[in-house]
Write a protein that binds this ligand. Structure first.
Ligand code: SF4
Length: 218
């Protein structure tokens, strides 16, 4: 069933649970609040602890369960966790980072494991804008490839985009790219920058509302 069509009694369960499975990530995004680092944190939940968490989510019958990070692809047990969730009846969404780790083979393995949705970030319609925001050259190209591979594998896509000062000049083009994603069956999801994010990229409330209005039309 489409999770958007499920009615929830919030006194019994949340609509969504998000597990930050790792702090490890090879990107260096301007807005990162995860204190991401290249290596995984040894205090992360083990595979067995993760499976117990998933079992609890299954018992609560939470409609949407998201594995995020850091970069969840950094965890070698990611596929095992997704298989475990699928068998327990938990619908899993994933937000990987667009790096060299996100290959065509990985995306097809995610599909085989039972991934329900792949969310990918697109923060500019130019390589230059997106890659500068994400702190790695090649990230824009990998994002576009990942969208293609997910379509090929038959995984529904959700496009995340950050509304901020960095993309003021590319907002129209980004809107066009996101329209294309929406037409291709993807859902568009946008973030606003938080107050505590760096002033260099943070929009004023008025400018934020203007971007929001523009994107609402996508
Ligand atoms: S992809 Fe996420 S975790 Fe990695 S640096 Fe960017 S914001 Fe931080």
């Amino acid at each position: 069933m489409n999770p958007l069509e499920i009615s929830i009694d919030f006194t019994e369960r949340p609509y969504i649970v998000i597990w930050e499975v790792t702090q490890g990530c090879d990107l260096a995004c301007v807005h990162c609040r995860a204190i991401a680092q290249p290596n995984r944190n040894p205090l992360e939940l083990s595979t067995e602890e993760g499976k117990r968490l998933i079992d609890e989510i299954a018992r609560m019958q939470v409609p949407v369960f998201v594995l995020t990070g850091g970069d969840p692809i950094k965890r070698p047990d990611l596929f095992e966790l997704i298989v475990h969730a699928r068998k327990a009846g938990v619908r899993v969404s994933l937000t990987p980072s667009a790096t060299r780790l996100l290959t065509r083979d990985v995306i097809h393995r995610l599909k085989e494991s039972g991934l329900a949705r792949l969310a990918i970030s697109l923060d500019g319609s130019y390589r230059k804008v997106h890659d500068a925001f994400r702190g790695m050259s090649g990230s824009f190209d990998r994002t576009m490839e990942a969208i293609e591979w997910a379509n090929e594998a038959g995984i529904p896509i959700q496009v995340h985009s950050t509304i901020s000062r960095h993309r003021t000049k590319s907002r129209i083009f980004t809107g066009n790219v996101m329209c294309g994603c929406a037409e291709a069956g993807g859902r568009v999801f946008t973030y606003r920058l938080w107050k505590q994010w760096p002033a260099a990229v943070r929009l004023s409330p008025r400018a934020s509302e203007a971007r929001w209005t523009l994107l609402r039309r996508v």
